[in-house]
Design a protein around this ligand. Structure first.
Ligand code: UDP
Length: 316
């Protein structure tokens, strides 16, 4: 019988990484989840009932120590919602710089393959549309969002430098907007905010005139893509996202329709450096991984809405 693979997942109690833990356990991996519970919550992991799962409460900006052999390190930890990284700018920079080095250090020590969860934010407010991996981006280096964007750009640089200089076996994914169950209702991002507001019959707060676009990927599609990248032999960045693009105004209206809410849309000031548009070119992922999203946005939103209904009843 093949030896059981061991995966370390940083940020395991967060939205995307907790789904990744579920996926890896279903694949038969032993999973060691690390999180300091700063923006993540144990609630995202409490359904796991498996001897193959270990959780360690750990801040990865300090030395990372994990017992036993490790085959794969999925480095997912980072404050990722604009309100989180605007509230914790220095910590966000530290996670991207020191946390990434430490996660790489763990990979080196264990001779494990390393995957960096990077972001479409490396493209900033893109002048090229849709965004392909060879686009260098348009990030304002001193704007309020830059703590996240530049931290991830630096993390990519660090990953490539370890790959080139020391031969570390690395992967880089650029995650575009993702949504699904386990997003925090108050994390400030468009999907959880609009769903919460619609379910509470409050006005949906669209920033600017709502003509800015994003492309939303359901979390199960993303997690499948993450695993395929880890199993591939491609060291350069790969976009993972859903190319179906919509305006934020249309997203708000769709959520009002799907929830059957009596809410209206109200318009508020657009945050500084909010990207005008964003859509992944996923031809590389299609070609290399035979991957593309399969969950239609209405289905994904309905699943997310159902989860939020229950969550808001139980918790908020
Ligand atoms: N947005 C909005 N109202 C909200 C939250 C977000 O109109 O209550 C807008 C935001 O300005 C951006 C888009 O929705 O243009 C997506 O924002 P989100 O924070 O979800 O993701 P990101 O900006 O990181 O892509």
């Amino acid at each position: 019988m093949a030896q059981q693979k061991v995966s370390v997942v940083t940020g395991a109690a967060g939205f995307i990484a907790s789904h990744l833990c579920d996926y890896l356990l279903a694949k038969g991996n032993r999973v060691i989840g690390l999180d300091n519970l700063n923006t993540g919550t144990l609630r995202n992991l409490e359904h796991i009932n498996s001897d193959d799962f270990v959780f360690i409460n750990m801040d990865i900006t300090g030395f990372i120590e994990v017992p036993g052999p490790v085959d794969f390190v999925y480095h997912m930890a980072c404050p990722a919602s604009p309100i989180d990284y605007l509230q914790m700018p220095l910590h966000t920079l530290k996670v991207g710089a020191v946390g990434t080095r430490n996660a790489i250090g763990l990979s080196k020590w264990k001779r494990a393959r390393f995957l960096l969860a990077s972001t479409s934010e490396v493209y900033g407010d893109p002048e090229v549309h849709p965004q392909k991996e060879d686009y260098w981006g348009n990030v304002n280096p001193i704007g309020p969002r830059s703590v996240y964007d530049e931290a991830k750009r630096y993390a990519e640089t660090t990953t490539m430098a370890y790959h080139r200089q020391q031969g570390l076996d690395t992967r880089i994914i650029r995650i575009f907007n993702t949504y699904g169950p386990r997003m925090r209702p108050f994390d400030g991002r468009a999907v959880p905010t609009f769903i919460r507001q619609a379910l509470e019959d409050k006005h949906l707060t669209v920033f600017g005139d709502g003509s800015q676009t994003r492309s939303f990927c359901f979390v199960s599609d993303l997690v499948e893509g993450i695993y395929r990248v880890m199993m591939s032999d491609h060291h350069m960045p790969i976009n993972l996202g859903n190319p179906s693009e919509c305006t934020i105004r249309d997203l708000a209206e769709l959520i009002i329709r799907l929830t059957g809410s009596k809410s209206d849309v109200i318009y508020q000031i657009l945050p500084t450096d909010d990207p005008r548009r964003r859509r992944p070119d996923i031809s590389l992922a299609k070609k290399l991984l035979d991957w593309e999203p399969t969950v239609p946005v209405e289905d994904g939103l309905n699943k997310t809405i159902d989860w939020f209904k229950e969550y808001l009843r139980e918790v908020v």
